[in-house]
Design a protein around this ligand. Sequence first.
Ligand SMILES: Cc1cc2nc3c(=O)[nH]c(=O)nc-3n(C[C@H](O)[C@H](O)[C@H](O)COP(=O)(O)OP(=O)(O)OC[C@H]3O[C@@H](n4cnc5c(N)ncnc54)[C@H](O)[C@@H]3O)c2cc1C
Length: 305
Amino acid sequence: MERLEKRLRELRPALELRVNEPMSRHTTFRIGGPAALMALPKSVSEAKMVLQAARELGVEPFFLGNGSNLLVSDEGYPGFVMKLSGRYSVDELNRVWEANHLLVTGGAVLLSSLSGCALGRNLTGLEFAGGIPGSVGGAVTMNAGAYGGEMAQVLESVTFLDEAGEVCTLPASECGFGYRHSIFSDRKCLILKARFHLDQGDPAAIKARMEELAGKRREKQPLEYPSAGSMFKRPPGHFAAALIDQCGLKGLAVGGAQVSEKHAGFVVNRGGATCADVLALVDQVKEEVLRQTGVELEMEVKVLR
Ligand SMILES: Cc1cc2nc3c(=O)[nH]c(=O)nc-3n(C[C@H](O)[C@H](O)[C@H](O)COP(=O)(O)OP(=O)(O)OC[C@H]3O[C@@H](n4cnc5c(N)ncnc54)[C@H](O)[C@@H]3O)c2cc1C
């Protein structure tokens, strides 16, 4: 990592680089030890340069979005993390604009802003995304979805830096979207931009739907505690939360990690939870659900170690 740090500082002294950066600052779970090195490129050209330098030294970065589907080890991540800098971006990475009847957005944009921009333009189709606390890059990778909508339904195309560092664009139909999955879940590509085909709608109806869904989230989800959302994927033919509840596991805790009393599909950080606490709790839940119902739960949240 030192060689990469030195190389990046030589190439671009102004690049934002952090050594031993606590990942707890970058995850909605507020859990995770330090990443050995983190770069926060502010533009597409900076991201391209960083990626090329890393790969020349044989380092494959982990691409971080808003860290809302991520559990990072207590020991941290010994590798290199690249996070598109939303707040300080100097180009399209954090912008939303319209082109050729499509809504175009940079990969660092948060879904809450994106759905707000769609509302501001009287465009319907992204109401479902307003309460998902991810970035466009993370949401495309995960094919994030809620309340009957998912990214795949509204995406027209995705632009990314591929494994060779080239800028490529793929139509949504070639992105291999499935349940919480896309080709980007398996490939080493950095998502830079996404285009959405949305319909003109009635602004009052769009706003009402967004408020209705936000209300449902407040009512059903433990938004008062740090978490990474639903801990488990939906098993075919079942709902993870219902199975966990049925097995009497609501409120089960290991250290600071707890199966939410409000929504059994969420594991929450009640204060001071470690990654080890969460993983031990997940093991207990999986074991008990399998024993009582015969259904095998699979984690939706990604683990970085
Ligand atoms: C309270 C709460 C509620 C949630 N509700 C929902 C919900 O309703 N529906 C839902 O689907 N999810 C939900 N989630 C989970 C999460 O918000 C989504 O999965 C979201 O899409 C993750 O985006 P992110 O930017 O945080 O990605 P991260 O967690 O940072 O990363 C997730 C994956 O995407 C990759 N990635 C991130 N950015 C890029 C990029 N630019 N290029 C390439 N790869 C990238 C990462 O490498 C990683 O593999 C919820 C989470 C919380 C905390």
